[in-house]
Design a protein around this ligand. Sequence first.
Ligand code: NAP
Length: 220
Amino acid sequence: MKTVLITGANRGIGFALSQEYLAQGWQIIAVCRNSSAELGATEAKIIAGIDLTNPAHILRLVDQLISTPIDLLINNAGVLHPDNLGDIDYRNVSQQFIVNAQAQIQVTEALLDRLNDGAKIAFITSRMGSIADNSSGAYYGYRMSKAALNAGAKSLSIDLKPRGIAVAVLHPGYVQTAMVNFGGDISPGESAKRLVERIAELNMKNTGSFWHSNGESLPW
Ligand SMILES: NC(=O)c1ccc[n+]([C@@H]2O[C@H](COP(=O)([O-])OP(=O)(O)OC[C@H]3O[C@@H](n4cnc5c(N)ncnc54)[C@H](OP(=O)(O)O)[C@@H]3O)[C@@H](O)[C@H]2O)c1
């Protein structure tokens, strides 16, 4: 049985990914700050109490996985604080940098010893982190944090080649979750199905790619 670890698994896209992999017969390690009734009702192994911005929590997570080799790590947790020029709250900018970029690399680095050679890593980013694709401005903190995440993920894709670990940078689509006040154009379930397909296609030839969940390549 293959094992996938998913962060932010209690709700939204992370929960939908857990359901999708459960349906495909995977063992799920669902990492979250607080579990949810819907996650608790599944067969997932839940590791709660993990705030990814707290290095002690990351260490605790790694300790709990001492005998659990991981085949797929999905770094999905994230935050969005919309902002506009003239009204930027820099505490929110910092928080987005820490959650969306730094913590994603930190938890991945901490889990490297738990990943099987030949494992895969997926980062759930946003096309809003694309500099080339930015045609509407604003969202300073979110865009900068996701661009930073993309840069870190790209470095990992290069540094992990000797271990045969492939890394994907994935935009989930505009998805009906709390992050966007449920205003997206696809459901979390549809997004998760597409993301699972992209991850299945990930290999050592296309490692380091930035894809929309619909399969399009996105510009950096
Ligand atoms: N929805 C979209 O249209 C869209 C578009 C592009 C990219 N994305 C990306 O997709 C990913 C999932 O977002 P979503 O739409 O499913 O949003 P969501 O429903 O708001 O879920 C966000 C998840 O991240 C977790 N999280 C936030 N801060 C955390 C922290 N410090 N430590 C641990 N977990 C933390 C949340 O946990 P709590 O429940 O504890 O807060 C929650 O599980 C994010 O990376 C987001 O940027 C979403």
